[in-house]
Ligand binder design. Structure first.
Ligand SMILES: Cc1cc2nc3c(=O)[nH]c(=O)nc-3n(C[C@H](O)[C@H](O)[C@H](O)COP(=O)(O)O)c2cc1C
Length: 501
């Protein structure tokens, strides 16, 4: 019997027989690395494509200002259920023919406890557009990934994705206990609130952001409630989420610290080795038996990007694997073509070493950094960069003396951070992930004096597996190449494509 032929794992969609649970999840990769093109390619090939939901409001505003040359974005905007909102956003940001390359992008205001209506509309629309395009032209599965830590835009973001029929919501980088119940409420199109993490607040304080989806209401029937996968690194957290969340958790992505992007810190606190990398120990290894006992489906992530990795995961009781690094540098991903080529060449020449930087991210989580030339990984480039905070997604909310809420980011200009009560030592080694990651996907802001933030590239420790796909001579590969490499059907007959007529 095939694993995908059993019980509730199979649903029917039109003439397709569609497994509810994929073998491979293409992991969400921000900012705009896992864009609609990549997610669509993977979903079309019968596995699950996941778009990154991080900073999509700014991504959409910048794509529109770059002229949307082939009209794809405007076609999706044309399908938004409230045409007046779609038109307003187009009037605000679209530039026919695109802005001149040395002209700064019109900025999008930062999210706050009470974000302006235009920003909320833009956020709903941007998430709708990304999911709409990822789902276009096939019946496969599409998910969206958010970071729990970036909480201010969460409600309108999820709702926009749900308006486009997103199948899965995946969230890590925090404890997303409130989200399952929020998905229930949003599917019924009910007003919703989310508690915001405010530093310095006491148990009596309750700071929330509110969102009323009825403004975008188009039909009386409920929206589809996407399945919810929490991204975790410990079975203790998983069990607590399974038991104490505000609604149903449908499964887990279990991420090892070798994964690309942010990682969970070592248990017991961060100590670093002689290279400055966090020291992980046996307690940080994934205990798959404990996950099996929880009884919910799970996928393993972080270093599973090989046919052997998939086999190992299936043998340990997982439904499959989530992959990031292999997809990050394929043709369909959002990373700039020149950076992809440089990384592929590097992997062909030497054994690639990726650095786990304990300090780079204002989120406080360790962050993997690839030593790409002219990027923020270069010490000199880092030291010469201008500290700017004009996107602000990783700002931390804090309680001011008068009880109101302020925002600060340890990557912002040091004086500003300290004036807001931040500790100077927290600013050491901080990189601007918002601007650096935007630069990596070709959407960097031109600052007043022409300064462009250098890119910041992330990938997992096992990025070298890409060499098994490209060999010594090819300089590019597709998402389908990744799937062919992993699924290696001859060796693993039970991992057949899940989308069949
Ligand atoms: C370029 C890149 C960006 C990533 N961004 C995110 C993100 O925004 N949110 C998230 O939950 N995981 C993110 N990840 C992690 C992936 O979704 C995935 O879990 C991980 O890459 C799996 O491990 P692997 O890199 O060994 O394949 C990112 C990974 C990469 C390579």
């Amino acid at each position: 019997m095939q694993p995908h032929d059993v019980g509730e794992d199979v649903v029917f969609s039109g003439e397709f027989r569609l497994a509810m649970y994929p073998t491979i999840i293409q992991g969400g990769m921000g900012v705009a690395v896992s864009n609609y093109r990549l997610a669509r390619a993977v979903a079309q090939a019968g596995q699950m494509g996941v778009v990154s939901g991080t900073m999509l409001d700014t991504v959409l505003a910048r794509r529109l200002q770059d002229g949307d040359a082939d009209g794809t974005i405007r076609r999706a905007i044309g399908k938004f259920p409230v045409p007046e909102i779609a038109q307003r956003i187009l009037r605000e940001y679209f530039i026919e023919g695109g802005r001149k390359p040395d002209t700064p992008y019109k900025s999008v205001s930062m999210h706050s406890m009470k974000s302006a209506g235009l920003l909320i509309d833009l956020t709903v629309l941007a998430n709708f557009v990304e999911v709409f395009l990822a789902k276009e032209g096939h019946e496969g599965l599409v998910g969206i990934n958010y970071l729990t830590k970036i909480d201010l835009p969460t409600l309108p973001s999820i709702f926009g994705a749900m308006l486009a029929g997103v199948d899965f919501v995946l969230m890590g980088a925090g404890i997303p206990r409130a989200i399952p119940g929020i998905l229930d409420r949003l599917s019924r199109q009910e007003p919703t609130s989310l508690k915001i993490d405010v530093e310095g607040s006491s148990a009596e304080d309750c700071y929330t952001v509110e969102f009323d989806p009825r403004k975008y209401l188009i039909k009386q029937t409920d929206l589809k409630r996407p399945k919810f996968l929490a991204i975790v690194s410990s079975s203790v957290l998983a069990l607590s989420l399974a038991k104490k969340s505000s609604g149903k958790v449908d499964g887990f992505v279990v991420e090892h610290h070798s994964a690309g992007g942010h990682n969970a810190p070592p248990r017991g606190g961060v100590r670093v080795d002689e290279h400055g990398e966090p020291i992980y120990g046996p307690k940080d290894e994934i205990d798959t038996d404990s996950f099996q006992k929880i009884g919910l489906p799970f996928w393993l992530a972080g270093g599973y990007g090989s046919p052997e990795g998939l086999r190992k995961a299936l043998e340990s009781g997982a439904k499959g694997i989530q992959l990031g690094s292999l997809f990050a540098f394929c043709n369909e991903s959002g990373i700039e073509a020149s950076i992809k080529r440089e990384v592929i060449e590097w992997i062909q020449k030497e054994k690639p070493e990726v650095f786990t930087d304990p300090a780079a991210s204002a989120s406080g989580y360790p962050f993997k950094v690839v030593p790409v030339e002219s990027s923020l990984s270069d010490e000199l480039i880092y030291l010469n960069r201008q500290r700017i905070c004009d996107l602000g997604y990783l700002r931390q909310a804090y309680k001011k003396e008068d009880g109101s809420v302020g925002f600060r980011c340890s990557g912002e200009p040091v004086n500003n951070f300290v004036q807001k009560g931040g500790k100077i030592e927290e600013t050491c080694g901080k990189k601007c992930l918002c601007n650096g990651l935007m630069s990596t996907v070709g959407l960097s802001q031109v600052q007043k004096d022409g300064y462009l933030e250098p890119p910041l590239v992330t990938a997992g420790k096992y990025i070298g597996e890409i060499k098994r796909i490209v060999g010594q001579n090819r300089d590019n590969y597709s998402a389908q190449d990744v799937l062919n490499f992993i699924l290696d059907k001859a060796a693993h007959p039970h991992t057949k494509p899940i989308l069949t007529k």
